[in-house]
Design a protein. Structure first.
Length: 99
C-alpha cells in the first residue's frame, strides 16, 4: 500500500501563537500513526531558488491515514493556531508515495 505524506511549507509570522500548534500537533500525529520526518528544516537548494521558510513532512501508513489525521476533530481544533501564525501563501497538502 502506498504511503501518505503530509507536506507543509509556510513562514511563521507569530511565533507565540505557532508555539501552541507546535506543542500540540505531535501527539495528534502520533495518535494517527504518523511519523514526523522533517520539521523546520534548513533548505539548501541544489537547483533554482528555495524560500527560507518552514518545511514539515509527516509520513503516514497510507494516504487515507493522512486524510484522517488532517480531518480529525483534534487536528482541526489546533489548525487555526497554524493558520493565524503563518503566511497565507504557504500550503499544506497530501502526497502519495511509494510503498
Amino acid at each position: 500500500m502506498p504511503r501518505g505524506y503530509f507536506l507543509g511549507e509556510f513562514e511563521i509570522t507569530d511565533p507565540a501563537t505557532y508555539e501552541v500548534y507546535r506543542t500540540k500537533v505531535p501527539d495528534i500525529i502520533a495518535a494517527h500513526g504518523g511519523r514526523i520526518l522533517v520539521r523546520g528544516g534548513d533548505p539548501q537548494p541544489f537547483d533554482g531558488a528555495m524560500p527560507q521558510r518552514r518545511f514539515v513532512i509527516v509520513e503516514f501508513d497510507s494516504p487515507e491515514a493522512a486524510k484522517t489525521f488532517y480531518n480529525s476533530d483534534a487536528y482541526q481544533a489546533v489548525l487555526p493556531f497554524r493558520l493565524n501564525a503563518s503566511t497565507s501563501n504557504g500550503f499544506a497538502g497530501l502526497l502519495t508515495g511509494l510503498q
